[in-house]
Design a protein around this ligand. Sequence first.
Ligand code: NAD
Length: 437
Amino acid sequence: MAPPRTSRLTGFYKLGVLERRRRLLELAGLPADGFAAVDPGALPLEVADGMIENVVGTYALPFSVAVNFIVDGIETLVPMAIEEPSVVAASSNAARMARPRGFTTALTAPVMIGQIQVTHIADAEAGAAALRAATPELLAAARRLVPRLAERGGGPVALDARVLATSGPDGGVVVAHLHVDCRDAMGANLVNTLCEALADKVAGIARGRAGLRILSNLTDGRTVTVRCTIDDAQLASDDAAGPDVRRAIAAASRFAELDPYRATTHNKGIMNGVDAVLLATGQDWRAVEAGAHAFASLSGAYRPLAVWRERASGDGLDGELTMPLAVGTVGGALHVHPGARLALELAGAHTADRLAALCGAAGLATNLAALRALATEGIQRGHMALHARGLAKAAGATGDLVERVAAELAASGDVKADLAREVLARLSASHVVKESP
Ligand code: NAD
């Protein structure tokens, strides 16, 4: 499928759901019933029952599309599934600020790490040395186990060994890392299968007992770096000049670099965008979460995954995010989940690299939006305005009453469900009176 001719969809948020679908079908070149994949009940119970255990139903989340993204020069629709208001709006807004250059990405090869633990080695250093010496033989054996992956240009690419203990309750302990290029698969099952198949051979060479054999979710060999540049003019808000916002965002970035309490929330803002894309596209988001936070701590201190610097030219900001992103466009839940397949189609993500690039771009976008809001009016105004709209709808408001109830709620500063019902009752009553002849 060709990329959409544009993702710059002005006023998309004001359209009704059916009109939004119509525009996306046309832009993405999907068949007329394309969105049936995310209609209620689209995941049949019997399919769900085959996915996990003890199934008693399916569980829905809003499925949405963030607009305005350009990633590596390509106009891109970014599917998101998330329960939290404002993430889609914030990322669309930040992606608009990043235009026309958009986001650029650089990815490492999609290499995952499989761990084979060997315990009870009398001489752990000698065991590790023996494994290093046997690397060509072990890699050849590993490659023979995954010939199809090798044909696709992937497969086992390296092996190393580390001593974890020379003595102790488990004796001498060595861990062998098998590095596997998983191409378009996330690769957990693939790597686990390889580790299990090689474990006895590895233990024999190291002269110990085979222990655990499973991938590591600290996929620091499979990272994406995303960059963008935002001009001062884009940063300006109704109440704040661009250069002031630029300085405030750079200061907020330094705050996160100095303080793990702040860095955690900074990274949560990044994961808002990343996780929403992961969920929509059927990925193992727990795996990415675990890897992201371990990666953020690799220096010994918990650090922000993205930083923002004032540009040397004095106009605008440079943002840069680097994080591990183990995702797949084959395998996992993708062969059974219709919504996830639709999301990949909408995004035009046919390779794991492209999907990782989009996830990273979404993360950098939500990070920028959060920092800009924090640096200007505070996060709550926009958040509460969107939350108010949700409450107005939940109270039963339809048509123009949604915006009127939401506006009154937001202005009152008391954005609560019971007030939404009260305001709706009052406005509905006056609505009827006004319309009476
Ligand atoms: P998978 O088991 O479905 O394997 C993917 C398969 O796709 C490969 O065996 C390969 O033969 C095939 N394939 C077809 N085209 C390919 C291409 N272009 N590139 C690469 N492979 C291609 O999936 P997986 O990715 O090995 O494992 C992912 C699943 O494992 C996820 O559901 C995840 O939740 C689960 N899992 C995760 C963990 C963890 O993260 N700790 C542990 C166990 C399982």
